[in-house]
Ligand binder design. Structure first.
Ligand code: ZN
Length: 245
């Protein structure tokens, strides 16, 4: 179930959060997640303690890092990575998005958490499944992995050009009728649904997936949107995170 915390101004999944696991999808109210001080401020102003924060330099790749602390610094940046996984306690994994899908993963039975960022590039290359593979490789089980698919651009607003449509069709022939719909003569892609189907295809139980029914472009009160912002205003990005305490 998706829950909104009006004090913290984050959405979270009840599948993931409990006394030992804390994750969330930030809203516009927390400021632009590309500015590190906004993420740090969220944790300090709410007295949320952690040992280390991990910031990946996202490049729309399917590069994944299994994070292990290399220093005592409370901040580590990872270059050219769009997915991070860890077994370590006290580590906050983060990504930023504005229309792309943020995915938060947790296998609480085996103590493994992860986070990834995927727009169309990462999704067409099956980033969600690559995250599952890496988690399983270090000891997670598909039976106990839970995933929350965060606020993304909705099918309502995500029209793609024909070239991109054919690229997806080639990779996901069986899904095309589900993930694409024609609206006003344009092909619209349901990015969150595609990521949901990728998770299910790999064996994640449906009851272990939470899915946000929002569109970041339509909901301008709560979310930044690249597509909305690029023409009309300065846009920001929301940060998402998971922490195993
Ligand atoms: Zn929309």
């Amino acid at each position: 179930m998706i829950i909104y915390d009006s004090n913290l101004k984050i959405f979270s999944s009840s599948l993931l959060n409990d006394s030992r696991y804390f994750s969330g999808f930030g809203t516009k109210f927390l400021g632009d997640g590309r500015k590190l001080e906004n993420i740090l401020n969220f944790f300090t102003s709410n007295n949320l303690s952690y040992k280390k924060m991990v910031i990946p330099e996202q490049i729309h790749s399917v590069n994944i890092e299994v994070f292990e602390s290399k220093s005592k610094e409370n901040l580590e940046k990872i270059s050219e990575t769009d997915g991070v996984i860890t077994k370590e306690k006290g580590v906050v994994l983060t990504v930023v998005t504005a229309d792309c899908s943020p995915l938060v993963f947790g296998d609480k039975t085996n103590g493994i958490v992860g986070i990834s960022h995927q727009g169309w590039r990462g999704s067409v290359k099956r980033m969600a499944q690559k995250m599952l593979d890496r988690m399983i490789k270090i000891g997670a089980s598909i039976e106990t992995i839970k995933v929350a698919i965060g606020p993304s651009i909705g099918e309502c607003c995500y029209d793609v050009d024909e070239d991109r449509y054919y690229e997806f069709r080639e990779e996901f022939d069986g899904y095309s009728a589900k993930i694409f719909h024609l609206r006003g003569g344009r092909r619209h892609l349901n990015l969150a649904l595609l990521n949901y189907l990728l998770l299910v295809e790999k064996g994640v139980k449906k009851e272990n997936i939470d899915y946000f029914p929002f569109c970041t472009k339509c909901d301008k009160e709560r979310f930044f949107s690249f597509r909305r912002g690029k023409k009309t205003e300065q846009y920001g990005e929301m940060f998402s995170f998971i922490l195993k305490t």
